[in-house]
Design a protein around this ligand. Structure first.
Ligand SMILES: NC(=O)c1ccc[n+]([C@@H]2O[C@H](COP(=O)([O-])OP(=O)(O)OC[C@H]3O[C@@H](n4cnc5c(N)ncnc54)[C@H](OP(=O)(O)O)[C@@H]3O)[C@@H](O)[C@H]2O)c1
Length: 235
């Protein structure tokens, strides 16, 4: 699919991977991009084909009215984190924190359930999982469980929603505002957590956005996952 002149909905489009994707789609002359998050005023992009929308992807009634209001569109992307992520060993984890990590999955499934009514039959969906889904390191059980569920969801629903295509992009460690550290502390963190990867550095949001664009543009893929992880799975 050529993104030129397409109408696009992107959840989490105001920061990190979603922001980089919004920026690329805008430069490629998408007709209209609804870039959605809870605090869209934080976005630095103000191109004329981008409309910032303030909405929580977990708010089902707002989602229903939003999709009714916008009518027919072509591409649905969800890169929203959904809420807090629980990190640490499962046996010591606050179970409420573990359960809350699934807000990302509920946000994704909400957007697919309510967003597909008006998605063009030639349209496509892209969701974002994460490397722990298929190679979990100690302390990543919540990330692995949620990412695994996102990938299973996409793979399973692909045959139900055809000819609409759905794919997942799975990032490794990517330098985005999701990690709140600053300065040398931030540098040390990324150095430490990527040192065993085949490409020992944090990825850039743009490198993941390129894979999201590939999933949109390649009309011969559906129900699959594209890894952009610096060799995490092979390390
Ligand atoms: N960065 C990494 O290393 C990494 C690795 C693996 C997977 N991922 C996945 O990649 C995706 C993007 O992450 P990122 O690094 O780009 O994170 P980010 O920079 O923190 O961006 C997340 C975006 O999601 C929005 N958002 C979060 N909860 C929302 C909600 N309930 N409703 C609407 N919007 C919501 C945020 O805006 P508001 O907070 O203003 O709502 C923000 O725009 C996530 O699914 C993440 O799990 C990231």
């Amino acid at each position: 699919m050529n993104v030129r002149d397409k109408r696009i909905v992107i959840f989490g489009g105001t920061s990190g991977i979603g922001l980089a994707t919004t920026s690329m789609l805008s430069e490629m002359n998408a007709k209209h991009i609804y870039s959605i998050s809870r605090n869209p005023e934080k976005s630095l992009l103000s191109n004329s084909n981008i409309e910032l929308v303030k909405m929580d992807v977990l708010d089902e009634s707002k989602l229903v009215s939003f999709f009714e209001k916008i009518g027919r569109y072509d591409i649905l992307i969800n890169a929203a984190t959904g809420g807090e992520r629980a990190i640490g060993p499962f046996m010591k984890m606050d179970l409420e924190g573990y359960r809350n990590s699934f807000k990302k999955l509920w946000g994704y499934t909400n957007s697919v359930r309510y967003g597909l009514q008006n998605l063009s039959k030639n349209g496509c969906v892209v969701l974002v999982s994460g490397s722990p889904a298929r190679k979990c390191k100690p302390g990543q059980i919540a990330l692995a469980s949620v990412g695994g569920a996102v990938e299973a969801f996409s793979k399973s629903i692909a045959s139900e929603i055809m000819p609409i295509r759905i794919n997942v992009v799975s990032p490794g460690i990517i330098d985005t505002p999701m990690v709140p550290l600053e300065g040398s502390e931030r540098e040390e963190f990324y150095k430490k957590v990527t040192k065993e990867n085949l490409i020992p550095r944090a990825g850039k949001a743009e490198e993941v956005a390129q894979a999201i664009l590939f999933a949109i543009q390649n009309d011969f893929i559906t129900g699959t996952t594209i890894d952009v992880d610096g060799g995490w799975l092979n390390s």
